[in-house]
Design a protein around this ligand. Structure first.
Ligand code: AMP
Ligand code: GLY
Length: 429
């Protein structure tokens, strides 16, 4: 069978790597892919990103199943387009992807269906938004409505920061994010606790939870510095105890799937709930993503023993209830190596040395997943902010840290930056 992974980041390299392990898969195409997917003989990059062109190509190639990695093509309706032509694809429809693409949609949805989340109001009028901040006080959180590639959330510790965020997102809309033609902000209560990523697969009716994980959003050690797309992740996340897991399923995931069905927008695809877990084990939803996490995917796929082709076929046949997921009991931990200048202005074109050969990457307990890389005549070079994610399986978090940093130290490019403390919360637990 031929399969197609849409996207070109670390998450998509990991999904393609996992699909390539299936004996039923003869070729995994990745559109557009990256320098890592270009190196692996079982994978093949396809330089097409536009939906209709990709659909025509997939039909000609008789692609058995397509899985979409990033949110943009989902929000743009790629799943709807493929289905309309009878092509099998795993992901949410454009309408269902609003759980991620519109904060106002997802907050109103959660309120309507009694799903725990921070109290909020949404505004298009800057004056009313400023008045709301004055009435509520700080800390308070201001979020742009629409896809903002991680730049649309300001956790304001002072009212001044919140007012500045409103001006940035609404008044002149310097951020430039609009949804349905309008700039809008959601202003919500500041929540305290520990965050975890809770990702499930859904076939429209049945839900199966993937292993839990935890991201590290700040650039620097000790969770300091600016927000990023994620600097490292590990699985499982000890903060998600069996009790917390049961509450997340009962209070967040199942009501969401049922609510979407009730609203006439059945949910298919990966659903990622960003959870805030308080000291009492109470769970609140910070955000929904309509896709897998990056870099959470990299450790998660290394722990999942099931055949990914079979899994995606079940997820697109309404038979996820017949699937039992088998997890490697070990810890998986991934460290992101980012480019010089990330996240503000990542530099491209730096040569990468010390990359392990492709053969080491297949079916082993250590894999260097590529993200912002590109094959060039001189070898692999950097081409984006998050360049690599070195991911390992080990008996403990400490052992995983030791191994992952040994591998990372052997890889070099000018200006490489990575955190040295990925997994610190798990060690504390
Ligand atoms: P989001 O894109 O909504 O997940 O927000 C990005 C990050 O901002 C989250 O991962 C949290 O670290 C932080 N954040 C978002 N909403 C809140 C909130 N209500 N209280 C505290 N922190 C938040
Ligand atoms: N790592 C966070 C995300 O994928 O949204």
């Amino acid at each position: 069978m031929k399969v197609l992974v849409v996207g070109g980041g670390g998450r998509e390299h990991a999904l393609a790597w996992a699909l390539a392990q299936s004996p039923k898969v003869q070729k995994v195409f990745v559109a557009p892919g990256n320098g890592g997917t270009a190196l692996d003989g079982r994978l093949q990059n396809v330089n097409i990103t536009e939906t209709q062109a990709l659909l025509a190509w997939a039909a000609t190639e008789k692609i058995a199943i397509t899985v979409v990695g990033p949110e943009q093509p989902l929000a743009a309706g790629m799943v709807d387009a493929f289905r309309a032509k009878g092509m099998r694809i795993f992901g949410p429809t454009q309408a269902a992807a609003q759980l991620e693409s519109s904060k106002a949609f997802s907050k109103a949805f959660m309120q309507r269906h009694g799903i725990p989340t921070a109290a909020y109001q949404s505004f298009t009028d800057a004056g009313l938004a400023h008045a709301y901040v004055d009435a509520q006080g700080a800390p308070i959180v201001v979020k742009a409505d629409g896809l903002a590639a991680g730049k649309g959330v300001v956790v304001a510790m002072t009212a001044d920061q919140a007012h500045a965020a409103i001006d940035f997102m609404l008044e002149g809309n310097a951020l430039g994010v609009v949804h349905n033609g309008e700039a809008r902000v959601v202003i919500e209560a500041f929540l305290q606790g520990e965050e975890a990523s809770f990702i499930v697969m859904c076939d429209g009716k049945n839900v199966t939870a993937l292993a839990t994980s935890q991201d590290h959003k700040r650039l620097l050690d000790g969770d300091a510095g600016p927000n990023t797309g994620g600097m490292g992740a590990y699985s499982p996340a000890p903060v998600v105890t069996p009790q917390v897991h049961a509450r997340a399923m009962r209070e967040v995931i199942l009501p969401t799937i049922k609510g979407m069905e009730k609203d006439g927008i059945p949910y298919t695809g990966f659903l990622y709930a960003g959870l805030m877990i308080d000291a009492q084990g109470g769970v609140k939803t910070l955000e929904f993503n309509c896709r897998m996490g990056d870099p959470e995917t990299q450790p998660i796929v290394m722990r999942l023993k099931n055949d990914w082709f079979d899994l995606l076929m079940a997820a697109t046949s309404g038979t996820l209830d017949q699937v039992e997921l088998q997890w490697d009991r070990r810890v998986a931990l991934g460290v992101v190596m980012a480019a010089h200048g990330y996240p503000m202005s990542p530099r491209k074109g730096d040569a990468i040395t010390g990359l392990p050969p492709v053969s080491v990457q297949g079916g082993e307990d250590a894999v260097v997943f590529h993200a912002g890389t590109q094959a060039s005549a001189e070898g692999t070079i950097t081409s984006g902010g998050r360049v690599l994610c070195v991911t390992v399986l080990a008996e403990s978090v400490k052992a995983a840290q030791q191994r992952v940093y040994e591998i990372a130290q052997g890889i070099a490019f000018d200006g490489a930056q990575y955190r040295r403390d990925i997994g610190w919360r798990a060690v504390r637990h």
